[in-house]
Design a protein. Sequence first.
Length: 147
Amino acid sequence: MKTPVIRPPEGFSLALQKALAWCPYCGEEKPFGLDSRLGYARCMGCGISERDFYVRQFNGLWSDDALDKFVRAVEKSRRKYDRPFPWETGVIVGDPNKSQVPFDPVGRAGSKCERCGNPIEAVSNRQRYCPECAKIIRREKRRKEKQ
């Protein structure tokens, strides 16, 4: 999925006193708030951090000094970015259909056991069998090893 990046208008300059910056993903000047969990300044609209390439590019935040000044201005504004992370809500952010798609950190939602075909809740991306079949497979492997 490709996200469009919108350039700022000609002559745009960073509003450091107000902790406003151009958000290339929202396409407008947006307030940034401090994410206290990570210590990053994030767009209050879409949640992108000040460390994103295009945010730095369009706001002139390449030097560490300029970036530190911006983060301090965001801290002074006392705006807090306290939205949960996508994996905390169980919803994928940026879904093109804007539907509530359950977040599957393992990537194996709807997996089936390779031996019996029953649906399994995979707890890792390596899980191939349901617990009952896994016991049987392990026994068979041990028997083969002893021969």
